[in-house]
Design a protein around this ligand. Structure first.
Ligand SMILES: NC(=O)c1ccc[n+]([C@@H]2O[C@H](COP(=O)([O-])OP(=O)(O)OC[C@H]3O[C@@H](n4cnc5c(N)ncnc54)[C@H](OP(=O)(O)O)[C@@H]3O)[C@@H](O)[C@H]2O)c1
Length: 512
């Protein structure tokens, strides 16, 4: 929401109901800026327009206390809360249109705090005036962001200056005394009495997952409401939305998000719902309540805390078996886990489940939705580029193009014995196998009976966090039985066959 105004050197804007001066160049610019947009003005300013009629090719909103007043096709509003509520609705209904406050003095004064920008024409002279714009000289709320060159028309110098609203936003956990101020803001879809608002907030608090409610304050005044909801219980996903009749800049919005994150260090993944979405509260509850990421509309923005040690996740379709799940560190290019999510398997790891839901890969029961997109890597936003690179390395291995995926990895939790076993397994050549006992013989001292350690080797294989990188599918029973594999024996069989088919090609000496 922006103000358009022409002021003389003393912030004068009008005299005896009329403009101070008519500058053709400036009026042309006014028309160009406001055409096809929304204009808001007071009843007295209407009298200064051509034939005292609403402006053409614009949606006109006129403020008056006169209930019988009409000026078709303009919309008439009778008080400030009514205007603010209507403006919030229009903002959502006509997202592409800008709202311009175009005067006069009383309307500028009332709506100035709600605007994010002033497009001011400074006329370099002093007129006799009786209507003034608020004096912004030295204002800490408004900073000049752009000053155009002086122009001249009929000996009158004028220039365009943009002012940007500098807010000092803070948020705090909602306190009872804020509710009455929130009620006055006419937040759309919400009741306008403090009593009804309080009971609604109580219901929100008691709902599954609970809502965290914060007030947005600008230099101490309550100007809006923030709501944080965990739509999937125990997941790391939090949906964040806010409502205010004030026009906020991008940096104001970022400040709200930052402060929510600062207050809640445990919030890791935020789905920020743009204000637009709040028009339809049914839709909002659908978004907040959904378990399936496919319903998240495109204008939701996912934010991760870069400073929290989180895991980045990707899902790679793996033939008819289901998905390969790849976990990497959030802030370092290292894979820390590979697992299999089979078509009939329910994901029980809540982090993985919410990541899969977010990508639209999990059904309502936590089973994979298989999308027919071989070679596609579905990665979240966190460390996405690396996940795609590592995923492609795995796909290269699975296509029989390389003997081992060249992926940087880190073993997060492991014992010394497990690491010894995995080291030996990594030494088994591509296309070959070794038995559990053979591996045991390589890792236990000669003085020990290695046969007693075959089961321990099996356990270390089962605990392998990085199948395919640590190729435990190459470890088999002593009578050539495949025995077991974390992803299932059929996958083990598939991998061994893949390696046998490609071993000759891949292990051929380079000079051949
Ligand atoms: N330089 C510029 O850029 C520029 C731009 C526009 C206007 N102007 C000048 O500004 C002067 C007019 O300013 P103004 O302050 O006298 O008049 P105004 O703001 O144009 O209109 C005031 C009228 O608007 C209605 N109104 C205002 N706030 C309201 C509210 N909260 N609820 C209900 N109705 C409300 C009232 O109408 P009712 O009395 O009918 O209830 C009030 O008398 C003129 O000289 C004009 O030329 C200059």
């Amino acid at each position: 929401m922006k103000i358009v105004v022409a002021c003389d050197r003393n912030w004068g804007i009008g005299f005896e109901g009329d403009l101070l001066v008519h500058i053709r160049g400036d009026l042309k610019r006014f028309q160009a800026i406001t055409t096809n947009n929304i204009v808001v003005y007071g009843r007295k300013s209407l009298a200064t327009f051509p034939a005292a009629q609403p402006l053409k090719n614009r949606l006109n909103l006129i403020l008056t206390t006169d209930k019988d007043f009409s000026a078709p096709p303009a919309l008439i509003v009778h008080n400030l809360p009514e205007l603010l509520a209507l403006l919030q609705e229009l903002k959502l209904q006509f997202a592409e249109k800008t709202i311009y406050i175009i005067g006069g003095a009383s309307v500028y004064e009332q709506l100035l705090p709600y605007c994010d920008e002033i497009l001011l024409t400074e006329i370099d002279t002093e007129f006799t005036a009786d209507s003034y714009f608020p004096d912004l000289t030295g204002s800490e709320n408004w900073h000049r962001s752009n000053i155009g060159p002086w122009q001249e028309e009929k000996g009158l110098r004028y220039r365009y200056i943009n002012y940007e609203h500098i807010r000092k936003l803070t948020i705090r956990r909602l306190v009872l005394s804020d509710v009455s101020q929130l009620a006055k803001l006419g937040l759309i879809g919400l009741p306008t009495t403090a009593k009804q608002l309080r009971s609604l907030f109580r219901i929100w608090n008691q709902a599954d997952g609970g809502s965290l409610l914060y007030s947005i304050l600008d230099r101490g005044d309550v100007i809006g409401l923030v709501r944080a909801v965990q739509p999937v219980l125990n997941s790391d996903l939090v949906c964040l939305s806010w409502q205010t009749p004030h026009s906020l800049t991008q940096s104001d919005c970022e400040s709200i998000i930052d402060q929510v994150l600062n207050i809640n260090p445990e919030f890791y993944r935020l789905e920020v719902i743009s204000e637009q979405e709040l028009v339809n509260s049914e839709k909002v509850s659908a978004i907040l309540g959904t378990r399936c990421g496919q319903h998240f509309p495109a204008h939701c923005k996912t934010l991760f805390r870069p400073d929290r040690t989180g895991l980045a996740t990707a899902f790679i379709p793996f033939r008819s078996f289901g998905y390969l799940v790849l976990k990497a560190l959030a802030t370092e290019d290292k894979v820390v886990g590979i697992s299999f999510w089979r078509t009939d398997e329910i994901l029980t790891d809540s982090d993985l489940l919410s990541a899969a839901e977010h990508l639209g890969l999990a059904d309502n029961n936590g089973r994979p939705i298989i999308l027919n997109a071989d070679q596609t890597i579905y990665a979240g936003e966190l460390n996405r580029d690396y996940l795609i690179q590592a995923g492609n390395d795995l796909l290269n291995y699975l296509s029989g193009n390389v003997a081992s995926p060249s992926i940087q990895y880190e073993l997060l939790h492991s014992t010394k014995f497990q690491r010894r076993v995995w080291q030996e397994i990594m030494a088994i050549p591509y296309g070959s196998t070794a038995t559990y006992e053979q591996i045991a013989a390589r890792v236990v001292p000669a003085t020990e009976n290695h046969q007693n350690y075959a089961r321990a080797v099996g356990n270390a294989c089962a605990a392998n966090p990085l199948p395919l990188i640590i190729p435990c599918h190459r470890v088999i029973g002593k009578d050539s039985n495949l025995v077991g594999f974390s992803g299932g024996v059929d996958i083990k069989d598939y991998l061994l066959n893949l390696e046998m088919e490609n071993a000759q090609k891949l292990l051929r000496p380079i000079n051949e």
